[in-house]
Design a protein around this ligand. Structure first.
Ligand SMILES: Cc1cc2nc3c(=O)[nH]c(=O)nc-3n(C[C@H](O)[C@H](O)[C@H](O)COP(=O)(O)O)c2cc1C
Length: 210
């Protein structure tokens, strides 16, 4: 089967397949604070690491959401790892609460003061990355028309990692049990990893900062 996205036959393919194909998408569980001290927490699956050194990551806000407003206002945000144990809390934090009502309390989570940024981290999460905003990019389509998406990029300026999840000096993915988004209402949890060495000339497998 082949189709152009705008010409999809909805009787044959009732739902857009894009989110079902770009899988699994790691959860960018983004915490922010504004200058008045209001805090915000929300998951973004249009999220990923973008560059290895310096460490740069980005999340995409479809329409102008509070995480975008707060990150723009302060130039700061924090990524928190969503794990199997925190899946219900993560889901609750996607509720669009009114300004002044924090998703931390609503989702049963503890805000822990940031070290390098004013955004609090999720204390229950085994890993967080404190970030300073590097770029904010409004996405356009192939006709140059603005979409409703705005991508916020940030450079990591602080790393929190529960040392229990560092085994032999490496992050233990199976122990962490991160969850990631698939299509529709599907998620995946890491229960198994497999190893594959890169070809000898392919470079450093440990990434930017070694
Ligand atoms: C797993 C998951 C992934 C999500 N990914 C995105 C995303 O990539 N972009 C987006 O705009 N909203 C996404 N959402 C919805 C936002 O989390 C939701 O709109 C939230 O209320 C935004 O909060 P805020 O306005 O307080 O920033 C996602 C929700 C869930 C549960």
């Amino acid at each position: 089967m082949f189709f152009e996205p705008q010409k999809r036959d909805k009787t044959q393919v009732p739902h857009d397949v894009f989110k079902g194909l770009i899988i699994p998408r790691p959860v960018g569980w983004i915490s922010t604070a504004n200058k008045s001290g209001d805090t915000n927490l929300a998951p973004y699956s249009f999220f990923n690491g973008m560059y290895s050194w310096p460490n740069i990551l980005g999340f995409s806000s479809e329409k102008k959401k509070d995480s975008l407003h707060f990150a723009r206002e302060t130039g700061e945000f924090t990524w928190n790892m969503a794990t199997w144990d925190l899946r219900e809390n993560m889901n609750l934090s996607s509720e669009g609460l009114k300004m002044g009502h924090s998703e931390f309390e609503y989702s049963g989570l503890t805000p822990e003061q940031g070290r390098m940024v004013r955004a609090p981290r999720v204390a229950e999460s085994p890993a967080s990355l404190e970030c300073k905003v590097t770029q904010i990019l409004e996405l356009t389509d192939i006709d140059g028309k603005k979409t409703s998406a705005t991508v916020v990029f940030g450079q990591v300026v602080g790393v929190h990692i529960d040392a229990n999840f560092l085994v032999n000096g490496r992050v233990d993915a199976v122990k962490l049990k991160p969850i990631a988004r698939c299509g529709y209402n599907e998620y995946i949890v890491i229960k198994e990893v497999f190893m594959m060495e890169r070809p000898p000339s392919a470079g450093n497998p440990f990434g930017g900062g070694d």
